[in-house]
Design a protein around this ligand. Structure first.
Ligand SMILES: [Zn+2]
Length: 109
């Protein structure tokens, strides 16, 4: 256990060196590891919203299942990085909130 604090080279937060890999804090590693899945999640989420507006309920259900699978995979990746289960759940929730929020900020899709 090292008491040395270093600055995460992504978010700039000061974190114990024992919690970093490649100069990245655990939060940034989590974010990077699920980045592609988060984009996929946001894409499906927007698609489902579109179907919902058109009352295409069968499609809404099908996409709902796809979204659930992406969320499972995000959870698995985060668990590989974060051994503490409660912490892993917190990170997953944050990533999901970010994914769901993305649909409001992405324009022209
Ligand atoms: Zn960081």
């Amino acid at each position: 256990m090292s008491g040395i604090l270093i600055f995460c080279r992504d978010c700039g937060k000061q974190v114990p060196s024992s919690e970093t890999r490649d100069g990245l804090c655990v939060e940034c590693r989590v974010r990077r590891s699920v980045a592609d899945l988060r984009d996929e999640h946001a894409r499906l989420w927007r698609k489902r919203e579109r179907y919902r507006t058109h009352n295409a309920n069968a499609n809404v259900e099908q996409i709902g299942r796809q979204i659930a699978r992406v969320e499972d995979r995000m959870g698995q990746r985060i668990k590989e990085l974060v051994s503490n289960e409660r912490q892993a759940t917190d990170y997953l929730r944050k990533e999901l909130e970010a994914a769901r929020g993305q649909r409001y900020t992405i324009k022209g899709v």
